[in-house]
Ligand binder design. Structure first.
Ligand code: MG
Ligand code: ZN
Length: 189
């Protein structure tokens, strides 16, 4: 069966700079592109799922984000089959009021996972047998109670805080490791 890897973006695939606003700020983490290629070679579909409240905050537009994802796609050798994002922020922050609302797609809500399965079912994307990989507790909480494995990587947010958040929510990672490359080593072992 074809499996799907639901990958966080910032702090997992590329270095987490506070609100990436342009393609020039993209910096792939070491081994990330190769790890994604290895996933694809092992018959995983790779989907990027990312919170981008910078849109709601007015730091970048949907068009600007699309340009960033086009550049990222090139740097990743064209491997991921989709880049799904939540542009919202739940509070009325300064920025674009049209995006300031509670939504179902901001992680830790599972909306992006469901979007991926709805949109990409023709490509075999399904939760069953899938894996969520991210540097933030939110990434793993998105998969809580769903039939996906959860891998926490230490390449982004301060790890101790993420562990505490997960613990408090009763969410137990299937694995924790340094980065996406190590996560893929573990998955494919
Ligand atoms: Mg992240
Ligand atoms: Zn959203």
């Amino acid at each position: 069966m074809r499996r799907t890897a639901f990958l966080d973006r910032d702090g997992t695939v590329n270095r987490d700079v506070d609100y990436c606003r342009s393609p020039e700020q993209l910096e792939l983490l070491p081994g990330a592109a190769d790890a994604i290629s290895r996933l694809a070679a092992a018959n995983f579909q790779c989907v990027i799922v990312t919170n981008q409240s910078g849109v709601a905050r007015g730091f970048l537009t949907e068009d600007g984000l699309a340009r960033i994802h086009a550049a990222l796609h090139q740097q990743l050798g064209g491997v991921p089959i989709a880049y799904l994002h939540c542009p919202h922020h739940p509070e009325q922050v300064a920025g674009d009021p049209g995006y300031c609302r509670v939504c179902a797609c901001r992680k830790p809500a599972p909306g992006l996972l469901h979007q991926a399965c709805d949109l990409l079912a023709p490509f075999g994307v399904t939760l069953e047998g899938g894996v969520v990989i991210g540097d933030s507790a939110r990434d793993l909480l998105m998969g809580q109670g769903l039939p996906v494995q959860k891998v926490l990587v230490r390449s982004g947010k301060p790890i101790e805080e993420q562990r505490q958040l997960l613990d408090a929510a009763g969410c137990h990672p299937d694995h924790e490791c340094n980065d996406l490359a190590a996560a893929v080593d573990w998955l494919l072992a």
